[in-house]
Design a protein around this ligand. Structure first.
Ligand SMILES: C[C@](O)(CO)[C@H](O)COP(=O)(O)OP(=O)(O)OC[C@H]1O[C@@H](n2ccc(N)nc2=O)[C@H](O)[C@@H]1O
Ligand SMILES: Nc1ncnc2c1ncn2[C@@H]1O[C@H](COP(=O)(O)OP(=O)(O)OP(=O)(O)O)[C@@H](O)[C@H]1O
Length: 274
């Protein structure tokens, strides 16, 4: 059985306070984007390790044992004793990009296992499991435009449709650690609340919808800020870094023609329609 875990972008991101547990409270809107990995599971008849993951496509830093796909399998295996599985993951979503690629793989693994192994878990229950794997994993269970607060895991729906808008995503060859990006921020209440700002027309977002990580990440990695400027020069109605970086997205009007960007051979680019 196969599925296609998609990426997300953050529309605005305010880091409002540091919590006693070291995490940060934030406010953001998650929006799904059709930039996808592919994830396949099959029952395995081989002996040895119960879950075998083979990775294709873009490299992921770290040990395969730490892959969130395996963590998701083990989490459900604790409660449901799953059969041995062969898993294939084709990575297309760059990691360390603020696009939630790892979180999406984790959430889609839970959804795929639920269906494949007929576990009959509700969406609420899948969200609870997903939240154990990462702060923003649970978003990918319902995978619809969502206002998130708390550590990024308390959700309410937003009535926002960007249907028809074109999107460009550019990620330079820079890896931003989410943990380090949080530690460089001075939390504060935003001047304009994210939830209210996204209800304004997109062309009014530029001055009001802010990603707090930009202020600390751009000085450290100037290329990310340059990409944002280039997206605006190319006609984006709104451009922003996503999550803690290093990717930047631009939203373009439905009839816009987006030029191809050349930020060097190691730069990842994606263009699609929302
Ligand atoms: C910044 C965002 O990309 C916005 O969408 C996400 O909140 C990040 O979520 P994520 O990648 O799932 O993050 P996790 O893997 O859970 O956390 C990585 C690290 O970031 C820090 N972290 C994360 C989320 C949060 N609300 N406060 C934090 O301080 C913690 O040090 C944590 O150890
Ligand atoms: N299936 C996976 N795909 C990508 N990264 C994974 C995966 N499993 C574990 N990881 C680890 O997660 C980290 C990055 O994950 P991810 O791609 O979700 O980050 P991100 O783009 O910064 O997203 P986010 O918006 O959630 O911060 C890397 O350190 C990587 O080793």
């Amino acid at each position: 059985m196969i599925c296609f875990p998609n990426a997300k972008i953050n529309l605005g991101l305010s880091v409002t306070e540091k919590r006693p547990d070291g995490y940060h409270n934030l406010e953001t809107v998650f929006y799904p984007v059709a930039l996808e990995d592919a994830l396949e599971i099959n029952t395995s008849s081989r002996n040895g390790e119960k879950f075998r993951l083979t990775q294709y496509g873009t490299k992921i830093a770290g040990n395969p044992e730490d892959n969130l796909v395996i963590k998701a399998c083990k989490l459900l295996d604790n409660d449901f004793d799953l059969p041995p599985l062969d898993i294939r993951l084709y990575k297309h979503i760059p990691s360390g990009a603020g696009l939630g690629g790892g979180s999406s793989d984790a959430a889609f693994t839970l959804k795929l296992l639920n269906e494949y192994c007929r576990l009959h878990l509700s969406e609420e229950s899948l969200e609870t499991y997903a939240a154990m794997l990462g702060a923003d994993c649970a978003f990918f269970i319902r995978n619809r435009p969502t206002f998130a607060e708390g550590i990024g895991n308390r959700f309410s729906p937003v009535s926002l449709s960007l249907k028809g808008y074109r999107i460009a995503i550019v990620k330079p060859d820079v890896f931003v650690s989410t943990r380090e990006a949080f530690s460089a921020i001075r939390p504060h209440r935003p001047q304009y609340a994210v939830k209210e700002t996204v209800s304004l027309p997109v062309r009014e977002w530029k001055e009001k919808l802010v990603n707090d990580f930009e202020a600390s990440v751009f000085p450290q990695y100037p290329v990310i800020g340059e990409i944002k400027q280039e997206l605006y020069r190319s006609g984006a109605v709104y451009a922003s870094m996503s999550g803690s970086g290093s990717s930047v997205f631009g939203l373009f009007d439905p009839e816009a023609i987006i030029p191809s960007f050349s930020f060097g051979p190691e730069t990842f680019t994606f263009q699609g329609v929302l």
